[in-house]
Ligand binder design. Structure first.
Ligand SMILES: CC(C)(COP(=O)(O)OP(=O)(O)OC[C@H]1O[C@@H](n2cnc3c(N)ncnc32)[C@H](O)[C@@H]1OP(=O)(O)O)[C@@H](O)C(=O)NCCC(=O)NCCS
Length: 157
């Protein structure tokens, strides 16, 4: 089941994103702070995959304040013991449907061009995202920023 996150999910979400390798345990405090800002009302949305009471996936998306109806997928992760079974795709579809229902235009995703993220980039392509931009050496020397884009006004794909 995909549902909106509540403040009670924060600890499970932090554990999940650390387990998925998106953040180190040293960075967990920063994720907690980001979620606290969210629950205080940052204008973004967080949804979770709830498998029989356990949080096994999370997606966090926020509006780009200076652009017309453009959103950024700040974070998406599925617990390693559930990856590759459709949960990430289902969450992304859920996010897109939510934004389409509110007449939003574009969803952007920042990721890495490094080999470690080969499967992540394959995931976005498989979900019909287009590679839109690349900033060389962005994350660090030799690790490019890759921006994927989906036009939400096109018939759903
Ligand atoms: C990327 C991620 C959210 C995808 O969710 P998922 O539930 O594993 O993906 P789905 O089952 O819906 O889709 C499977 C497709 O995703 C891709 N994929 C990416 N990472 C994968 C993984 N660890 N295991 C299996 N498939 C993965 C493959 O292209 C796969 O297609 P295939 O079966 O034809 O090879 C998830 O694997 C994850 O949390 N990865 C680690 C964190 C991360 O990279 N987050 C995104 C940062 S920008």
């Amino acid at each position: 089941m995909i549902r909106t996150a509540t403040p009670g999910d924060a600890a499970a979400v932090v554990d999940l994103v650390v387990a998925a390798g998106m953040f180190t345990s040293e960075e967990a405090g920063a994720v907690e702070g980001m979620l606290a800002d969210h629950f205080a009302g940052d204008g973004g949305h967080v949804c979770v995959v709830d498998d029989d009471g356990g949080v096994r996936g999370v997606a966090y998306y926020q509006p780009e304040p200076a652009a017309d109806r453009v959103w950024d997928l700040t974070m998406i992760a599925v617990h390693p013991d559930r990856q590759g079974r459709g949960r990430g795709t289902a969450m992304l579809r859920h996010v897109e449907e939510d934004l389409r229902a509110r007449d939003q235009r574009l969803l952007l995703v920042d990721t890495s061009g490094s080999p470690q993220y080969d499967r992540t980039r394959a995931f976005y392509r498989r979900c019909a995202y287009e590679e839109e931009a690349r900033v060389r050496d962005y994350w660090e020397a030799g690790d490019d920023l890759v921006v994927f884009r989906k036009d939400l006004r096109r018939p759903s794909d």
